[in-house]
Design a protein around this ligand. Sequence first.
Ligand SMILES: Nc1ncnc2c1ncn2[C@@H]1O[C@H](COP(=O)(O)OP(=O)(O)O)[C@@H](O)[C@H]1O
Ligand SMILES: [Mg+2]
Length: 376
Amino acid sequence: MSPDKKRLRVGVLFGGRSGEHEVSLASAASVIRGLDPDKYETVPIGITKEGHWLIGSSAQKLLPEVLRTGQRVTMSADPTDAALVRLDGSGGGQRIDVVFPVMHGTFGEDGTIQGLLDLAGLPFVGAGVLGSAIAMDKDIAKKLLRAAKIPVVPWIAIHRDEWERNEFATVHQIEKEFPYPLFVKPATLGSSVGMTKVHSRQELAPALNLAAEFAMKIMVERAVTAREIEVSVLGNHDLQASIPGEIVPHREFYDYAAKYLEQGTQLLIPANLRPAQVKKFQHLAMQAFRALELNGMARVDFFLEKPSGKIYLNELNTIPGFTSISMYPKLWEASGIPFPQLIDKLIELAIEQHAEKARTKYAIELPSGASGALDM
Ligand SMILES: Nc1ncnc2c1ncn2[C@@H]1O[C@H](COP(=O)(O)OP(=O)(O)O)[C@@H](O)[C@H]1O
Ligand SMILES: [Mg+2]
């Protein structure tokens, strides 16, 4: 057998139509560097901001170049193909064994790509359709966390049309519920896009309008004064939780500028916590992972309220940042799993989950002639 037949062909999906397109490029470049070339043949699969799919050669390490000069392909939804099909009319394809989606946010982390990969019959890294969609919707996620008795910051969710049709009543409802300051954010976005810390009534309507530009549902939350603690979780059935880390933003909160534009935010690994607190965070992180029906990986973000010491779960990210300075891989490194081993493990988990799905029957076997009553 040639070495290439033995190597697993890993499609690394990056870019995409979300606001986190650029972040995805940085994360994907780092995942590609972590794929051991003795074990894997990498197929970089870029999705442009318009939604075109392009593939590069496995030697192509410059991802913006793949987006400019790669070959146009489409993902076949036919599971007997298990492949990307060239759009140049040649009928050619590229077989893929497993997909690593490294796209954050809308159309990447929200279950849509995962649905396509399920149709295509391909194993993929990370949460499935259901878990991805749940984790992407902060309102639904919090409802499930609350049902699992995991503490979350009090919130209300307001549909955009409700706000637009009745501004006065909405403001009244919010003010009845929470004192200022409060947070207003789109329910289904990441990277702090469309989010405002609202200090007074004057700021409320503009904040709701801004959030409404980015999602159909708006979250309004009490603002907590808190340390921000993050835990990485890995696994399908048997979960592992990393040591917790801490984010110390240099701005009023961990907004888009603090995340990507400015330096100054500190990552503390490990977070300075008492052993009992570490245990508590790890336990809650794994419980939350199960409550949201996740698979493979997630970064679980918490608030540790000052000075009460109360813990709240803020959110779970099913495709966390994967750049060389990102919290998810760094926490694993500090917990004894170096980056290339982490990537191996995630691919193993993807294949395990795929095998688990394949055990499920989708129909009962009808005895011959039994379909006679169906009008086909
Ligand atoms: N209720 C809140 N109280 C205090 N800070 C908050 C609250 N909600 C969000 N933040 C701040 O905003 C940041 C981003 O909010 P988050 O809900 O995690 O959205 P995203 O999905 O965009 O990361 C948090 O890391 C935190 O700094
Ligand atoms: Mg966050």
